[in-house]
Write a protein that binds this ligand. Structure first.
Ligand SMILES: [Zn+2]
Length: 244
């Protein structure tokens, strides 16, 4: 029961304060899975009632929250971050964030749209972790630069992600990682609650309110079911229907 409490609190708060969930619950008596497309179309209805809907009054998500998520994913994956710079390959620039004994920077993805040459950060030259999609760091890299692959569940359903890689869904953020020592896909339990619903795994983000995500179903979620790690005991996702 103790473990379920943050999830139940999040659901109750969503039913109380977030229009999308109030509507769904009133119509069906349940909270059905929320897909990425639905979340995009109804984004304004996923904001709590007391939250500003005007873009100019919505400063977006603080970079520190994003960094905290990434840091926890890297910790689960088994990558120490203290003393190394961490670079994240993204499509948008962000000011460096100093936290957890390191500096968190971004590297622009090759597909990022830019107005001109200024602002493109230099690739790391010293001890660094670079978090990017598979293939980004193929080829040679400087000494001391370690690349960390990130994956979504849709890709993980097709090919088992390597130990040490981090789980990332662009619309939900960093959610967990494949632990280096057990090879299981561990969920970041402080932020993410996973449960089966309607034949797939759905995710509730316990700390995110703007937007609020309850029973979000990532692409590929139908291939996974929540279980316990045989070695560590914590919640993991495993592909359904075949032993791993
Ligand atoms: Zn484990």
């Amino acid at each position: 029961m103790r473990i379920a409490q943050p999830y139940e609190r999040t659901v109750r708060r969503a039913l109380r304060t977030v229009p999308h969930y109030r509507e769904r619950y009133a119509a069906t008596g349940t909270l059905p899975p929320l897909t990425r497309d639905e979340a995009r179309l109804r984004r304004h209805l996923l904001m709590p009632l007391d939250a500003a809907l005007l873009p100019r009054r919505d400063p977006g998500r603080p970079p520190r929250e994003h960094v905290a998520e990434l840091r926890e994913a890297l910790r689960i994956a088994g990558h120490p971050v203290r003393g190394v710079d961490v670079y994240e390959v993204t499509r948008a620039l962000r000011d460096p964030v100093r936290a957890y004994g390191t500096t968190w920077r971004v590297l622009l993805d090759a597909t990022a749209e830019t107005d001109g040459p200024p602002g493109r950060p230099a690739p790391p030259g010293g001890p660094a972790l670079v978090v990017g999609d598979p293939g980004w760091a193929d080829g040679t890299r400087p000494d001391g630069v370690v690349t960390v692959a990130r994956f979504g569940l849709a890709a993980a359903a097709r090919a088992r992600p390597a130990p040490g890689s981090v789980w990332y869904e662009p619309w939900l953020g960093y959610l967990g990682a494949v632990a280096a020592d057990c090879g299981e896909l561990h969920v970041d339990t402080a932020r993410v609650h996973a449960r089966p619903l309607d034949g797939g795994t759905v995710l509730t983000l316990l700390r995110r309110r703007r937007p609020t995500f309850v029973h979000a179903r990532p692409e590929g979620g139908g291939a996974f079911r929540p279980e316990r790690c045989p070695r560590h005991g914590g919640p993991v996702l495993r592909t359904a229907g075949r032993p791993r």
